[in-house]
Design a protein around this ligand. Structure first.
Ligand code: HEM
Length: 390
């Protein structure tokens, strides 16, 4: 139940109001999470780099090889040669006792069931608000090519491909499956992003202010990213589109992302229950969304990239209306987005009527629900089959 505005626990930020509880994160806890990162992943990366360097010098044939060896392939082949690598391998391949495969399988259907609404939420809230308006995360994206529209395209496609891989089938997310190995690749990729930025920041502190933002892709940032994937749809973006996930859907989807937190080396205990996860999301609203100059450039680039792209050919006005609907005027003004005419809000409302009516019909007619999930899984599976994994 929401408290009244006069209640000492009432909080409101960016148009979202909630009641502060003991499950929300206090500033000291936020600071502690910001100062930690996935050390095992980072050390494992260094070990893999050492193996790659050694293999190159050992094998004369490979000295002039223009291709860089793929980290996961090296990891799979050499993990038993080093204690840290073995520990890392064992960790990502062991399944915590709280993982319930039946629940994970149910959760995976959530993405396909609401594929259009999920994609809208991912684009308009995930990329434009969460990634652009969180200064530490935005800074990492800016330092890794976020100012280039070309890089944005590959980043969005890769992230979408990954989401499809982790939701396509149970085997895919289980140890050894395509989604599972992709997630380990993502963890190593984050470790290398962190390493690259920290190296440059060591000689040029102004390149990335570690004392202000913490290390790149620190625990707090990673939890924020998990929130973006699994909490925003449940309590923010979907309700704004007229879709209200059931308690079971919420519990299952959070459980799937708790397991993904585990594989990515993100503190997973915060996603133990929907209540805890929701409190993390609300804490992020309160403390982590502070749009700045970099946020404006990233948000602008994202819209510029999406504008008039095939196949949907979305206009800038339509996307700005969608952003304002999903994120509110206060946030969109802070991100420097335009204010389109009423007509475009009406078109976005039409989109919402379609997705929410479909969701309602799927709830009422289980056969239709199964059909939509099947069709979506087939088409998403085709899209998710990236050349590197085929
Ligand atoms: C733990 C939750 C996260 C998940 C599940 C996730 C997922 C992904 C995925 C799927 C990719 C694309 C991988 C590929 O190229 O195949 C990616 C890349 C990337 N992620 Fe994350 N991410 C998370 C957290 C973060 C955070 C918190 C940051 C920044 C602070 C971040 C920064 C990046 C960057 C910079 C890249 C692109 C690296 C490059 O292409 O050089 N990620 N992430």
């Amino acid at each position: 139940m929401l408290s009244s505005k006069t209640d000492a626990n009432y909080r409101k930020r960016w148009g979202y109001s909630f009641q502060w509880t003991d499950k929300h994160l206090a500033p000291e806890e936020i600071a502690a999470l910001r100062s930690h990162y996935d050390e095992l992943g980072s050390t494992a990366l260094e070990k893999l780099q050492a193996i790659i360097a050694r293999t190159k010098t050992d094998s004369k044939r490979e000295v002039n090889c223009p291709f860089r060896p793929e980290l996961y392939t090296v990891f799979k082949k050499h993990h038993h040669e080093d204690e840290v690598l073995q520990q890392f391998w064992d960790e990502v391949h062991s399944v915590p006792e709280w993982v319930d495969w039946e629940q994970i399988e149910r959760a995976q259907k959530f993405f396909a069931r609401y594929a259009l609404a999920n994609s809208t939420a991912f684009a308009l809230q995930g990329f434009i608000r969460e990634n652009s308006a969180s200064p530490g995360i935005a800074e990492v994206f800016a330092r890794t090519g976020g100012f280039s529209i070309k890089n944005l395209l590959s980043r969005v496609i890769e992230t979408f491909t990954w989401v499809v891989q982790v939701t396509t089938s149970l085997e895919s997310i289980q140890p050894g499956g395509e989604g599972h190995t992709s997630t380990i690749r993502v963890r190593l990729l984050h470790a290398s992003v962190r390493q690259r930025i920290l190296k440059l920041a060591a000689s040029r502190p102004e390149y990335f202010p570690v004392e202000k933002y913490g290390a790149p892709v620190n625990d707090l940032d990673s939890m924020h990213a998990i929130v973006l994937f699994c909490c925003m749809p449940m309590w923010d973006s979907f309700p704004k589109m007229g879709i209200f996930p059931s308690k079971q859907e919420i519990t299952d989807f959070i459980a799937l992302f708790r397991y993904i937190s585990y594989i990515t080396g993100t503190p997973n205990e915060y996603f133990e229950t929907p209540e805890k996860a929701k409190a993390v999301m609300e804490t992020m609203f309160l403390y982590e969304l502070e749009p700045n100059k970099t946020s404006k450039i990233l948000a602008h680039n994202f819209i510029a990239w999406l504008e008039d792209q095939p196949p949907p050919y979305l206009s800038r006005d339509f996307m700005e209306a969608g952003c304002r609907w999903m994120n509110g005027h206060e946030m969109c003004d802070a991100l420097g987005l335009g204010r389109p005419g009423l007509y475009y809000y009406a078109v976005f409302a039409g989109h919402n009527v379609i997705v929410s009516t479909m969701a309602m019909c799927q709830k009422l007619i289980p056969a239709l629900d199964q059909f939509i999930i099947k069709i979506m899984l087939i088409s998403l599976e085709v899209r998710g089959r990236s050349p590197s994994n085929s």
